[in-house]
Design a protein around this ligand. Sequence first.
Ligand code: TYM
Length: 334
Amino acid sequence: MDKKRILSGITATGKLTLANYIGAIKNIVNFQDEYESYVFIADLHALTLPIDPKQLNENKKNIYALFIACGIDINKTTLFFQSDVMEHGMMNWLIATNTTIGELSRMTQFKDKSQKIRTSNGMETIPTGLLMYPTLMAGDILLYDADLIPVGADQKQHVELTRNIAQRLNNKFKTDFKIPQPYIPEVGARIMSLSDPTKKMSKSDSNEKSAIYLLDDPEIAYKKILKAVTDSEGNIYLSDTKPGIKNLLSIYSALKNISLLQAEKYFKDKNYGELKTEVGISIKDLLTQIQKKYNEVINKVDEYAKNGAKKAQILANKNLMKLMKALGLKNENK
Ligand code: TYM
C-alpha cells in the first residue's frame, strides 16, 4: 500500500520560535519516516501583510536551514519554497472562485489581523491577500493531496475550511481530493508568550522577550525563561488559573517527551525557581544542538531548495491539472 502523505508549512514572517518547534516542526520530523512528507516555507503567505523584501528573503532562508537543523532529512522529506512552485498561485485562484467572502471573513485569524489594521488605519487598508490567506493555504494542501496536516491549534480552523473546500469540489466537480485531517499535538499545541501567558507565543510579536527564538543565544534564552511571568502563589500544579506555570510545564513535557501529568508530578514538590531552571536548561541544550547544525547547512539552502521544488512541482502539477480539467479549463485527454 502507498504511504500516507503529510504536508505542512511555516510562514516566512519572522524568526522561528520555540512554539513553532513544539507545535509543528517536532511532529513533522517524527512523521517523516512513516509518511511521505512535503514541507515548505510559505513565502507567499508572508506577503499577506506588509514585509520588507530583504527581511522576507532572509527569513525564508533561515527557516529552510532551521527545518534541517531541527531534524528534517531532505532525503526523506521534500522541503521547498512555496513561491518556487508556481502551481500554488494558480490553485489559489481556482479555490478562491469556489469560496465566499462570507466564509473567509469569518476566519478567526482574518478577524484578529484585520481588526488591528482597521482600528489603526481604517477598513480601506485591509489587504485583499489577508482575506485570501485561507484559500492559498487550502490550495497548498490540495496540491499535494495530503492525508495529514501537522499544525499547532491556531491553524485548525484553516484545515477545517480546507476539508469543506475539498468536499465541495468533489461534490460539484466530481474530483477525488482527499479530505485532509489536522494533526494537533496533545502537548504544546498552544505555547504561550513568556511575558503574557494569556497570549500565544508568536514570531510576529514585537516584544523580543515574549518568545524564545531558535536562533537566540542559548544563554539569553535561558535567562528569558528565568524571567518568564508566572504568578505569586508558589505551588506547582496544572490549572487554567495559572497559565504561566502551565506553559512552562507544557514546554518541559514536550521537550522531554512526557505527558503534562508526568511533568506536573515531577515538579510537585519543587519551587518556581527549580522549574524555570530545568526548563531553561532543556531549552539551552536544544538551541545549542539546533544552531550547530544550522551553521553547517545555511550555505547549502539554495541548492537544496531547488531540488526540493523540482520534486514538489511534479505532484503539484498533477493535482492542479486534475482540478483544471474538472473545471473545464483543460480537455480530458490533454
Ligand atoms: P505559522 O507560520 O504561523 O506557524 C507555523 C506552525 O507553528 C505553529 N504555531 C504554534 N504552535 C504552538 N504554539 C504556538 N504559540 C504556535 N504558534 C505557531 C502553527 O500552528 C503552525 O503549525 N498558515 C500557516 C502556514 C501554512 C500551512 C500551509 C500550514 C501555509 N500553508 C499548509 C499547513 C499546511 C502558518 O502561518 O503557520
